[in-house]
Each structure stands twice: as structure tokens, then as C-alpha cells.
Design a protein around this ligand. Structure first.
Ligand code: PHE
Length: 342
């Protein structure tokens, strides 16, 4: 019996060597230590031994049982470690590789110009005020001194919404009404940026959608000199300290007097070239002193207050700054164009 047990121990340990997978290890456990395993069978047979033999054989059998159980645990642990090592090997991540760089986006050229404009006017105390792209006829036209039958409306044909009286704003000038009604009777210094729309034949120089930046200053004793000084400062900040402006009389229903401001050509400096069509001047904005009727519509008494307003097209300004020939590029979403401003 004892030699039988010894032989069992040896066989078991020998077989264990061959158990290199979780499955074969489990088979080994069932074969030796399981309820029907060989060692269990021997232990069960102890009852048939004589009382003298039983204690010695029993002790040896228990020692073997413990030894096999311990060997089994060690083997199982070895297999677990091997599986883990293999797992780590398979999912290996080489942390020494340089990371993949994040591709950063950048601002659209119109946005870049808008921010430059905000910064320049901020130096002069103008804050940014926004209003919606959908306007009503009253604010876009009538309160700006353009009654329904006014011939100047021809210049501002636009897109109309199904709901009567609503339209896409044709200029940022309705923002003047919003600003005045919001701030009166306080003095005002705001710029009003945003998208505008016109029913327009689209060409290199005309889009049906475009940005404008409107400016509005209202206070006591504001004169045309303030308007000119403000715009000259803007032009010099934007295009260089040598720039000169020329104010040509013009007409807008909401300003009186009205003017168009031209800047000396940034290419030829006034000598005449294709960009300025050999005039030496580039038209950059419309402006004027706020019409008394418009002041009144905004809640300001024209006998007490005066003000100036102007409106410029930031795409046109960006075109001048960067020599862009076609205004349609701004809305074409062509990366070859956009990436040049990264
Ligand atoms: N709203 C005018 C336009 O769209 C520009 C302008 C603004 C003129 C303010 C005078 C004063 O052409």
C-alpha cells in the first residue's frame, strides 16, 4: 500500500509537468484530486485496512495529498503568470513612440478680420453689440427713414420670410435702432457686426451674403470731425500709419450729411494701379451723421444729442489686406483658400 502511494505521488508529479494549459491542468486535478480521482480512491480504501496499518498509511496519504495540492496551486499560478505575460505581450504599447500631433483648426479669414476690427474700435471705447439676422421691415427700413415706397429700397432688395413683414437684414444699420432703444438716454459707442443678405447677382465683388461692421456713436456735441477722426484712426491701425482718407458726399436715408470714405490705394499709394482702377483711391465704407428722425426713433432728442454712424464690409477689407480677387472665396469652403490663413 505504501509503495503504491509512493508510486502514485511520482506519477502525479510527473503528469503535472505535462499540464501546460488551463484545460490539461484541470484534467490532471480531476484525475488525481477529484472526487473520483486516484488519490481519493486510495483514501477511501483506507477503511479496508487493518487498524494497525491504518494510521501510518493514512499519514502518508495525507502528506501526499497536501503535496499534490500544493504542487497543483503552484502550477496553476505559473500558468496564470504565463497567460498574463502573453496577454501583455500581445497588447504591447510602445510608449516611446512620439504621439500623433493634433491637427489644430484656425480662424476663418473673415473672423480674423472681424476680431482685428473689434480690437481697434475697443481702443476707442466701442463695445460689440449683436442682433439677429432676421429683422422686421420696420427696423430694417422704416425706422431708418426708409418708408415702404422709398426709392432707396431698390438698393436693398433681400430675402423675405413666409411670415409677412420679416426679412433677412440687408445691412447692420437696424442694429442702430436696437442699440438706441436699449441704451437711451445714455451716450452710446458700439460696433454692430454680423451677417447681412441681399438679393444680388453674385460676382467677384458681390455676394448675396456678407458681413458688415456698423459703428454708432451718440452723445453730446458729436460732430463730423469725430466721425473723421475715428475712421482715420481705424484705417491707420488696419492698413498702416501713412493711410489717408477722403470723404465723398453721398446719400443714405438714415444719415445727414452722408459720405463715402475712400482710402489712398495700399498698392500704389495714390499713383494709380489696377486695384484702384487708376483712381488712386479705394472705397472702404459708408458713413454719416445720424439723421434726426432716426435719433428720434431710437428715443434720443435730436436737439440735445447728435451722433455718427458708419458701415463697412469686412470681406472687402480682407480682400484689400490680402490681395484676394474674388469675394466668393469667403463662402466657398475651399480648404486650399482657407489654409492660407492658418
Ligand atoms: N447701411 C449702409 C449700407 O449697407 C452703410 C451705412 C451705415 C451708411 C451707417 C451710413 C451709416 O450700405
Amino acid at each position: 500500500m505504501l509503495s503504491q502511494l509512493e508510486e502514485l505521488r511520482e506519477r502525479a508529479l510527473h503528469d503535472l509537468e505535462a499540464a501546460t494549459t488551463v484545460e490539461s491542468l484541470e484534467q490532471w486535478r480531476l484525475a488525481y484530486l477529484g472526487r473520483r480521482g486516484q488519490l481519493t480512491t486510495v483514501l477511501r480504501g483506507l477503511g479496508q485496512l487493518s487498524p494497525e496499518e491504518r494510521p501510518a498509511v493514512g499519514r502518508v496519504a495525507n502528506t501526499i495529498k497536501n503535496a499534490l495540492e500544493q504542487a497543483y496551486e503552484e502550477r496553476a499560478e505559473t500558468l496564470r503568470q504565463a497567460a498574463l505575460a502573453e496577454e501583455l505581450e500581445r497588447g504591447a504599447l510602445d510608449v516611446r513612440l512620439p504621439g500623433r500631433p493634433q491637427r489644430l483648426g484656425y480662424l476663418h479669414p473673415s473672423t480674423q478680420t472681424l476680431r482685428e476690427i473689434y480690437a481697434i474700435f475697443a481702443q476707442m471705447g466701442f463695445q460689440v453689440l449683436r442682433s439677429g439676422e432676421v429683422e422686421d421691415d420696420a427696423t430694417n427700413f422704416q425706422l431708418l427713414n426708409l418708408p415702404p415706397d422709398h426709392p432707396a429700397r431698390d438698393m436693398w432688395s433681400t430675402f423675405y420670410l413666409n411670415q409677412p413683414g420679416l426679412l433677412l437684414r440687408t445691412h447692420t444699420s437696424p442694429g442702430q435702432i436696437h442699440a438706441m432703444r436699449r441704451f437711451h438716454p445714455e451716450p452710446i459707442r458700439v460696433i454692430l457686426p454680423g451677417k447681412c443678405y441681399r438679393y444680388e447677382q453674385v460676382t467677384q465683388r458681390h455676394e448675396f451674403q456678407f458681413y458688415q461692421v456698423e459703428g454708432l456713436a451718440i452723445g453730446y456735441n458729436i460732430t463730423m470731425a469725430d466721425l473723421k477722426g475715428t475712421l482715420v484712426h481705424f484705417a491707420r491701425q488696419m492698413f498702416g500709419a501713412e493711410r489717408r482718407l477722403r470723404f465723398r458726399p453721398s446719400y443714405f436715408p438714415f444719415t445727414e450729411p452722408s459720405a463715402e470714405a475712400d482710402m489712398d490705394c495700399i498698392i500704389c499709394e495714390g499713383q494709380g494701379c489696377p486695384l484702384c482702377k487708376y483712381t488712386g483711391w479705394l472705397e472702404i465704407l459708408g458713413c454719416g451723421m445720424v439723421h434726426p428722425t432716426v435719433l428720434r426713433n431710437g428715443g434720443y432728442d435730436p436737439d440735445v444729442y447728435s451722433g455718427f454712424a458708419f458701415g463697412m464690409g469686412p470681406e472687402r477689407i480682407t480682400m484689400l489686406k490680402h490681395g484676394i480677387a474674388d469675394i466668393r472665396s469667403f463662402f466657398a469652403n475651399d480648404l486650399r483658400f482657407l489654409q492660407q490663413f492658418g
